[in-house]
Design a protein around this ligand. Structure first.
Ligand code: ADP
Ligand code: MG
Length: 249
């Protein structure tokens, strides 16, 4: 295992407002996530999940505390450097897919590579490989409005993984999907984790958290429990089930 944690966060505090109106969205969160882990972050509405996610994703900065992403202290970085770190280190998956309208699946998946300065031929090759990985090679030329919700989220997953990021960060990735598409998308995330990718996902559904190797619960901006369901190495429980049943993926 790579000894440098993907996430090393210490005493993260995020406060909004001031005086009587102050809200401690995060009240001192310590979190270490190693390469290959699969972490579900759970908690009721207002518990601080999105705040934590935004900080871990370098979309926001803590009021106080320290965050090292894959060994990089992101506290000292300016906006431009942060966007570079986001592009190189993190693959985002959002509840609402966040695809670009009127743009083919292939072009969507090529986008982060274009930002990273990858040349056209290589871009195309890697984007096609990512689309193949999510089972959408035949839909490469389709636009979002020509794809089902589940297919759109699979395009988003391909876009998230095409840069080989240090971690996949997913905010309620199945929140807008029916149960069939939920299974499909989680199956892909499970496989990505089984091949070594670090996954952090926010969910309020026990069924989704069941796929993770570790479940963290937030209450009022604090981690109140952190339970390991499976070792960092080896398949997550949901996948282990299909393997022991002799299932071939
Ligand atoms: P969750 O995602 O778990 O629902 P959030 O991280 O969105 O929780 O919010 C945590 C707390 O911080 C809540 O009390 C919320 O009202 C507050 N909060 C979040 N963002 C802001 C903001 N921009 N301004 C003021 N309060 C905020
Ligand atoms: Mg939220």
């Amino acid at each position: 295992m790579n000894p440098t944690p993907v996430i090393a966060a210490r005493r993260l505090v995020k406060t909004y407002g001031m005086g009587d109106a102050v809200v401690h969205a995060l009240a001192g969160v310590d979190l270490t996530v190693h390469q290959g882990d699969y972490v579900a972050i759970m908690g009721s509405s207002g518990s601080g999940k999105s705040t934590l996610m935004n900080i871990l994703g370098c979309l926001d900065v803590p009021t106080t505390g320290r965050y090292l992403l894959d060994g990089i202290d992101v506290g000292g970085l300016d906006e431009r450097q942060l966007s570079l770190v986001r592009n190189r280190k993190i693959g985002f998956i959002f509840q609402s897919f966040n695809l670009v309208p009127r743009t083919s699946a292939l072009a969507q998946v090529e986008l982060p590579l274009a930002y990273a300065g990858v040349k056209a031929a290589e871009r195309r090759r890697r984007a096609m490989a990512a689309l193949t990985m999510v089972g959408l090679a035949e839909r490469a030329e389709h636009k979002p409005n020509e794809l089902s919700g589940g297919q759109q989220q699979r395009v988003a997953v391909a876009r998230a993984l095409v840069t080989s990021p240090a971690m996949l960060l997913a905010d309620e990735p199945t929140g807008n999907l029916d149960s069939h598409s939920t299974k499909e998308v989680l199956g892909i995330v499970d496989r990505l984790n089984a091949s070594g990718r670090t996954v952090v996902l926010i969910t309020h559904e026990d069924e989704v958290a069941h796929h993770a190797k570790r479940v963290i619960r937030l209450v009022d901006g604090l981690i109140i429990s952190d339970v390991r369901q499976a070792p960092v190495e080896g398949p997550p429980p949901a996948l282990a089930g299909t393997l022991t049943q002799g299932g071939v993926r």
